[in-house]
Design a protein around this ligand. Structure first.
Ligand SMILES: Cc1cc2nc3c(=O)[nH]c(=O)nc-3n(C[C@H](O)[C@H](O)[C@H](O)COP(=O)(O)O)c2cc1C
Ligand SMILES: CCCCC(=O)C(=O)O
Length: 383
């Protein structure tokens, strides 16, 4: 069914060969000219690594503790909608693979398997006695009752953090989807988390309301309605990062939605030093967008992210080989990360410091606000 996959790109190639081209466009595509989609990956290629020598170890620890929960690797599965488009078991298959690897999966509000069932699948696949790390992503809804009902569903499922996506006051313009006429899920699939939340509506995509009128007040209200840690996904401006801290937000998922919302925003990697400086160690920052290699993970962590997220690679791997595909993807990235650590002279993630990263020609670590050796990542409040 599937050949040997040596890189993340091999999963993509195999997935493209077996998926409906309309669904390939949905996954690969971004907003408008897709400038940010390309910029995310290019930013990693542009940065260079400057390894240390004669200081490594055989045992390399890549575990990370986030909000008291432990993950076996600093690579999260960012929330992606509609897994049943690419695999009949959908998010349940993804969750089993993530739990088996000890990786944190962020279940999308727009999942095609209900979050409770995703959690049950994760529990069944996790190491005995280990809680499968599952977080839940949501879009705030104009009706606060709906938002709260979603939060309760996530809590009841056993999710241990909430990720609120705030970069979508309107849905980004995926021109590929428009050309393809792809606006809705095929028959037999629906957004299961939305079923029965409103009278007469049965889990339709259009039931997810986007609104440009959400404000920090709504974030505050959500903060008060749950004891779970709340992360914001999609904060890009350093001033908004400071506001997030002030409003009691517990973490940031620094993301430009994989280039699917506002086109021409900077690649997330380039924003990282500024956002790290803005939050000044008070809350952890996870970064996603363009992570395709173990060295990409090293660069993001060296510049102050506590972990990274992957979006499209998960969809490609799930399409390529279902649960097994995602398992192999996570193992491959773990292996690349482990190798990159060894080659950087690092025995653990704590050894990844900004001085290991260079911009060509600069002769120093990138970003006006990062001083080599400074470690804002492991400040207060994490773990
Ligand atoms: C097919 C697809 C569906 C997505 N669905 C969601 C979603 O439901 N909620 C959300 O916050 N982000 C969503 N995202 C954005 C991802 O969470 C993530 O930010 C992005 O994919 C990371 O970039 P990468 O694909 O380069 O790894 C989606 C991305 C893709 C590609
Ligand atoms: C309402 C579904 C949103 C999916 C999404 O966020 C994306 O495709 O990027």
């Amino acid at each position: 069914m599937s050949g040997v996959r040596f890189t993340v790109y091999d999963f993509e190639e195999a997935a493209r060969a077996r998926l409906d081209p309309v669904h390939v466009d949905f996954i690969a595509g971004g907003a408008r000219d897709e400038i940010t989609v390309r910029a995310n990956e290019a930013a990693f290629a542009r940065l260079q690594l400057l390894p240390r020598v004669l200081r490594g170890s055989f045992e390399r620890d890549v575990c990370v503790t986030l909000f008291g929960g432990r993950a076996s690797l600093p690579i999260l599965l960012s929330p992606t909608a509609f897994h049943k488009l690419v695999d009949p078991e959908g998010e349940a298959a993804t969750a089993r693979a993530a739990a088996a690897a000890g990786a944190i999966m962020i279940v999308s509000m727009a999942s095609t398997v209900a979050v409770g069932e995703v959690a049950a699948a994760a529990r069944a696949a996790a190491e005995p006695g280990q809680a499968p790390p599952l977080w839940f992503q949501l879009y705030l809804q104009p009706d606060p009752g709906i938002t709260e009902a979603l939060v309760r569903r996530a809590e009841e499922a056993g999710c241990t953090a909430l990720v609120v996506t705030v970069d979508s006051p309107v849905l980004g313009a995926g021109e590929r989807n428009r050309r393809n006429g792809f606006h809705d899920l095929p028959p037999g699939m629906r957004c299961e988390n939305l079923v029965d939340l409103r009278d007469g509506e049965r889990g339709h995509i259009r039931q997810i309301a986007m609104s440009p009128e959400f404000s920090w007040e709504h974030v505050g209200r959500l903060r008060r309605c749950t004891d779970l840690p709340v992360l914001l996904k999609g904060v890009l401006h350093p001033e908004d990062a400071r506001l997030a801290v002030r409003h009691g937000v517990d973490g940031l998922l620094l993301s430009n939605h994989g280039g699917r919302q506002l086109d021409t925003v900077p690649p997330t990697l380039e924003l990282l030093p500024e956002l790290v400086a803005a939050v000044a160690g008070r809350i952890p920052i996870v970064l996603d967008g363009g992570i395709r290699r173990g060295t990409d993970v090293v660069k993001a962590l060296a510049l102050g992210a506590i972990a990274v997220g992957i979006g499209r690679p998960v969809m490609w791997a799930l399409a390529e080989g279902g649960e097994k595909g995602v398992r192999r993807l996570l193992h491959l990235l773990w292996d690349e990360l482990d190798e990159a650590l060894a080659l950087c002279g690092a025995s653990g993630l704590a050894d990844l410091t900004p001085d290991l990263v260079r911009v060509p020609g600069w002769g120093s670590a990138p970003g006006p606000t990062v001083t080599p050796g400074a470690d804002t990542r492991r400040g207060g409040g994490i773990g």
